[in-house]
Design a binder for this molecule. Sequence first.
Ligand SMILES: [Zn+2]
Length: 82
Amino acid sequence: MAHGPAWLDAMVGTIRCASCGAMYARADLRIAGEREGYVFVHCACGACRKEGIAVVLTELATALREHTGGIDALFSAEGRRL
Ligand SMILES: [Zn+2]
């Protein structure tokens, strides 16, 4: 059983292998490292074995998850959080 943050579990079923187009399974993903708000996720395709790196902006993901207003509010002066 793989362990990791909830956002990593949430990536399953949303990103595909750039080589063969297969959806990544949870076991295909592992965190390779983190730096300045970016998390690098190592992806090894279970179908074709091609490896790649996904870059995740965890601060952005957190801000979007907590945001309750419209899309315009994300980028307006008073609603600027990102
Ligand atoms: Zn693949």
